[in-house]
Ligand binder design. Structure first.
Ligand SMILES: Cc1cc2nc3c(=O)[nH]c(=O)nc-3n(C[C@H](O)[C@H](O)[C@H](O)COP(=O)(O)OP(=O)(O)OC[C@H]3O[C@@H](n4cnc5c(N)ncnc54)[C@H](O)[C@@H]3O)c2cc1C
Length: 335
């Protein structure tokens, strides 16, 4: 275990590359170490994974614990499925590689999403027609207050689009240590989202978990800025849901508006389209900017502060409200 470090720089621990510090920082790689750190700590606490969904707006006055519990092990198996227990500190994309290399299906469309396994339930990560809620069997976590282990069944996690109980009611109350996934031995082959089937055709590959993860990775590499080259946190805002009635009204004014039906009366709108159509793609204030190709992605060109990025987000929200009367909600957690 790395014992508590004082005034520790988080620059290499957040994908916006913000130059902030935390009063205390420690890494743990076992339940015993976590137990010890929790007993010792009397400050405000934050659990950090890959830092790819966080915006630090100031120095953190408290203790940041970096979860480094690793390991992937099959704990149950039958003809159709396996249940696999994964340490929260495993890199998400390494787990996707493990799954597709073993020919299991259920998370292949989520290839190349940055971050660690422990954070995947927090906002129910999703991409290209898959959400992680559909494979999560259980989440194992330690309650910060009592230092006791609690198991959350899938239904207890209250998963929704980019939401779970851990992002709402239980925010900062539990530390996820392991996630149990139920993966399928038969192939789901979801290829109808984005350009997945076109990419497979281009590569002259059949649909199977490994090939789909390759196709998704290729598409993501072309479309999304790599945080190692241009600091960002992926989509900054959620895609808003509006009523069909409001959608029809907007469609008259903006015939090109992009919406997906999610129920009889609800339509999910592409927030990137709203921002792009508002003329804000590529918009920049100092080093805080809207990405030039992906309007949903805010970037740090170098020396932006968390406050600069938050200020840009506020300006975008105001404009979107004025033009479309839609309130954008942050997907990224603001600290
Ligand atoms: C280029 C790029 C593309 C992205 N694409 C997608 C995408 O397609 N789909 C998608 O859903 N997301 C996407 N994201 C967002 C991000 O990768 C995910 O939300 C990811 O799950 C965050 O993982 P992390 O380990 O970096 O979490 P962090 O940013 O470290 O933490 C996020 C939140 O979870 C909490 N947390 C983290 N670990 C734990 C734990 N073990 N126990 C309790 N709380 C914890 C933190 O306190 C924080 O509140 C993208 C990000 C980037 C930079």
């Amino acid at each position: 275990m790395n014992y508590l470090k004082k005034n520790f720089s988080l620059k290499n621990y957040n994908s916006f590359k913000l130059d902030v510090t935390t009063s205390n920082f420690a890494k743990f790689s076992s339940l015993e170490q976590l137990n010890y750190l929790l007993k010792k700590n009397n400050k405000k606490l934050l659990i950090l994974g890959g830092g790819s969904n966080l915006l630090f707006t100031k120095n953190f006055e408290g203790t940041i614990l970096y979860n480094n519990i690793c390991g992937i092990s099959i704990i149950k198996e039958n003809k159709q499925h396996i249940t696999v227990k994964v340490g929260a500190g495993e890199l998400w994309d390494n787990f996707v590689s493990w799954s597709v290399n073993n020919n299991y299906s259920g998370i292949e469309n989520l290839a190349l999403i940055p971050g660690n396994v422990g954070a995947c339930p927090i906002q129910n990560i999703g991409a290209y027609g898959m959400e992680v809620k559909d494979t999560i069997e259980k989440v194992i976590a330690v309650e910060i207050k009592s230092n006791k282990i609690k198991e959350f069944k899938n239904v207890d996690c209250k998963f929704k689009y980019r939401e779970s109980i851990f992002k709402k009611k239980l925010k900062n109350k539990y530390i996820i240590t392991h996630v149990l996934f139920k993966l399928s031995k038969s192939h789901l082959n979801i290829t109808s989202y984005g350009d997945v089937s076109n990419e497979l055709k281009k590569l002259k590959l059949d649909a199977n978990p490994k090939n789909i993860s390759l196709a998704v990775s290729n598409i993501r590499n072309k479309k999304l800025p790599n945080p190692k080259q241009l600091a960002n946190c992926g989509s900054f805002f959620k895609n808003p849901t509006i009523t069909r009635q409001k959608f029809e009204k907007l469609k008259k004014k903006f015939p090109e508006i992009i919406g997906y039906q999610i129920s009889e009366q609800k339509i999910k709108i592409a927030a990137g389209w709203l921002i792009d159509n508002a003329g804000m793609k590529g918009y920049r204030i100092g080093d805080a900017g809207v990405h030039k190709n992906q309007a949903l992605v805010l970037v740090n060109y170098g020396n932006a502060s968390g406050k600069d990025i938050l200020n840009l987000a506020k300006i975008i929200k105001k404009k979107i409200k004025e033009i479309y009367n839609i309130e954008l909600e942050n997907e990224v957690t603001i600290i």
